[in-house]
Write a protein that binds this ligand. Structure first.
Ligand code: RIB
Ligand code: CA
Length: 311
């Protein structure tokens, strides 16, 4: 029985790669995409989500638009240097969609879906956690009705990617992240500790493209911009760190990951804003524990991704 998931997303090049991965994996049933600001303004990430599903031949999957900005902060400068002016590598994949978004906005959409199927739906946030926090505020009972939350975000013991300690998704809306990590539900954090080591090099990307499957061809079109960013930022010589697809890999093959259960708090102030603070000793915080991915069989994730996308 495939796991029913709602992907909350800010496509975004790696979101695009992750969603295609999920669509190609029989272990998962993608019920909907809910969109959020982050890699771009939410109008752009929503357009990109609609276009992705059209390109993928899955415009049967609904898209519900979400938050324009964080709970209490401003969102002004989308990271176009990372994902391009159109959010998808400026590769011509983001022209105006034919399909339209669902009438219901993301937070309400999540509440209605989860409450209609208690215990059956997994939330998979791949962007800032604003929609998830809003859903919690709209209907606190989703805490018990949600099967689990598997999110790409945070850094347990690894360096941050938008500050020495903060990962981008958490940093964009730390107040929302604090609510999500602090609620009494099953959260798994797929953070930079395990996404940075999953590296798609130029040979790997060429092998994806050589398969000439429709999904691989779309990925080959949008990644050059992302490769250029990684080369400039991390001197990777065209290789890229694989963030959002690694969260999807966890859903499919959790055995490729090592996890610990610890309590997590999110810093919302000062230089540490956006830090996911892990109570490693288990003595400082109380409340619910988070399942934290701390190690990964990176080659196993890459092999799984290639097997699905080139199939
Ligand atoms: O830090 C990586 C995360 O930030 C990924 O989800 C990427 O898409 C961006 O949203
Ligand atoms: Ca993302």
């Amino acid at each position: 029985m495939p796991e029913s998931i709602i992907i909350d997303t800010d496509p975004g090049i790696d979101d695009f790669m992750a969603i295609l991965f999920a669509l190609k994996s029989p272990e998962l049933d993608v019920l909907a995409l809910t969109t959020v600001f982050g890699n771009h303004f939410v109008e752009i990430t929503t357009r990109n989500a609609l276009r992705l599903l059209e390109h993928a031949g899955r415009d049967d999957i609904p898209v519900a638009r979400g938050a324009y900005s964080p709970l209490v902060r401003e969102f002004r400068d989308p990271p176009t240097v990372v994902h391009g002016q159109d959010g998808l590598g400026d590769a011509g994949l983001s022209e105006e969609p034919d399909s339209t978004i669902a009438h219901t906005r993301a937070a309400q959409f999540i509440v209605e879906a989860v409450m209609s199927r208690p215990g059956e739906i997994t939330l998979v946030p791949l962007g800032p956690l604003t929609n998830i926090a809003m859903a919690l505020k709209l209907e606190p009972r989703i805490v018990k009705a949600t099967k689990r939350v598997v999110l790409m975000g945070g850094a347990a013991f690894a360096q941050g990617n938008v500050s020495p300690v903060a990962e981008a998704n958490i940093w964009h809306d730390p107040e929302a992240a604090a609510l999500v990590f602090g609620a009494d539900w099953a959260v798994t954090m797929v953070g930079l500790d395990v996404t940075m080591p999953v590296i798609m090099d130029t040979q790997y990307i060429a092998e994806l493209a050589a398969s000439k499957t429709p999904y691989a061809e779309m990925i080959a079109r949008i990644v050059p911009h992302y490769q250029a960013f990684h080369t400039a930022a991390y001197q990777t010589n065209g290789a890229l760190h694989t963030h959002d697809p690694t969260a999807i890999a966890y859903l499919i093959r959790p055995d490729l990951f090592k996890t610990i259960s610890r309590r997590v708090r999110v810093n919302t102030q000062g230089y540490g804003t956006g830090q996911t603070i892990v109570d490693g000793a288990g003595i400082w915080y109380d409340g619910v524990e988070t399942t934290i991915c701390v190690d990964v069989d990176a080659q196993g994730v890459l092999d799984l991704y290639k097997a699905r996308i080139t199939r």
